[in-house]
Design a protein around this ligand. Structure first.
Ligand SMILES: C/C(=C\COP(=O)(O)OP(=O)(O)O)CCC[C@H](C)CCC[C@H](C)CCCC(C)C
Ligand SMILES: O=C(O)C1=CC(=O)c2ccccc2C1=O
Length: 298
């Protein structure tokens, strides 16, 4: 019985370390960017789409494994039982695996550029990876200065969307750029929410996350503006004729936005209770992204 309980909590820790829901951040920008390309050209290259999707998932695996490696070096993760480095006790193995995922992911994107005889897509994705590295890796560690959310907005928004759209069309689109702002915001909301419960550990390690800088109460207030902005922007882009009317389907994700804002407003200063806000934010990101994509293809 005791062994079973230990096994169960061990598998929970592994699941928390691998973070399956977080791969939404790879799926959504590639899917929405491709949906817009399809809506505008009526064609889709499914080999390019599936290669891009697999590569993006591998790049996010690299990001998360290497985050545990770099955080183990600053001591910020010393209380984090679900760090892969803490779980395995083998930093070299996790770093090696992370780099393998990055190499295979980037190879997939190289294949797309090779098929297109055009380096644009690989250059955009390498720029995303380099910015992702500056968030967490030495000597930059820009996340420790509170710059993560800004890097997140540009990488998962305009840059990832430009790469996904260009991989299908070899051209650019103002509509795609507008949609990228919405997904950039929802992705940054995930990172923003992940910092509410970590204030004590972040302060101890000298990490000035936006929540450390603002305080949890002001952070909860800012979250309401960020969530509201995705709906205001969608209405604006529909009114300007840049988005089809069906993209208003994004309002179907409003209950998750309300739930997220209520949860964070109620528990912003209670780490044990606010810690799951990151996963409500993932649900908001996934549902709003999927509905937006649907709005473009209908
Ligand atoms: C690893 C990230 C967050 C974890 O942050 P933190 O250390 O505070 O949390 P833990 O407690 O879990 O340790 C995400 C950081 C995202 C980064 C700012 C930007 C990454 C860009 C990607 C490489 C872009 C990939 C684009 C792809 C879809 C083509
Ligand atoms: O572990 C995390 O907290 C995050 C992992 C991750 O890959 C990601 C990507 C984009 C935005 C936020 C996050 C995380 O918060």
């Amino acid at each position: 019985m005791t062994t079973k309980l230990i096994e169960r909590s061990n598998s929970k820790l592994w699941l928390a370390a691998i973070k399956p829901p977080m791969y939404s951040v790879a799926v959504i920008p590639i899917s929405v960017g491709t949906a817009i390309a399809f809506a505008e050209t009526q064609t889709i290259n499914s080999s390019i789409f599936s290669t891009f999707l697999m590569s993006a998932i591998l790049i996010i695996a690299w990001l998360n494994l290497s985050n545990d490696v770099f955080d183990s070096e600053t001591g910020i993760d010393k209380n984090k039982a679900h760090s892969l480095v803490n779980l395995t006790g083998n930093k070299t193995l996790i770093f090696g695996l992370a780099n393998l995922f990055l190499a295979v992911g980037v190879s997939g994107i190289c294949a797309i550029s090779w098929w297109q005889k055009d380096p644009t897509v690989i250059l955009l994705v390498v720029l995303c990876c380099a910015l992702g590295y500056t968030y967490q890796g030495p000597p930059f560690r820009f996340g420790y200065q509170g710059l993560g959310e800004i890097i997140c907005f540009f990488t998962f928004g305009p840059l990832a969307f430009a790469a996904a759209y260009y991989s299908q069309t070899q051209t650019w689109s103002a509509t795609n750029l507008a949609a990228s702002a919405i997904v950039g915001i929802t992705t940054s909301i995930i990172l923003f929410c992940s910092h509410f419960h970590q204030v004590e550990d972040d302060l101890a390690a000298g990490k000035k996350s936006p929540i450390v800088r603002l305080g949890t109460k002001k952070g909860a207030e800012l979250l309401q503006w960020l969530c509201g902005s995705i709906y205001v922007l969608t209405v604006l882009f529909v009114a300007l004729g840049m988005f089809p009317i069906w993209t208003l389907l994004i309002f179907g994700s409003l209950p998750f936005a309300i739930d997220l804002c209520r949860h964070v407003t109620d528990y912003h200063d209670q780490p044990g209770k606010v810690s799951n806000s990151k996963f409500i934010a993932v649900t908001l990101h996934f549902s709003s992204g999927l509905l937006l994509a649907l709005g473009f293809v209908l």
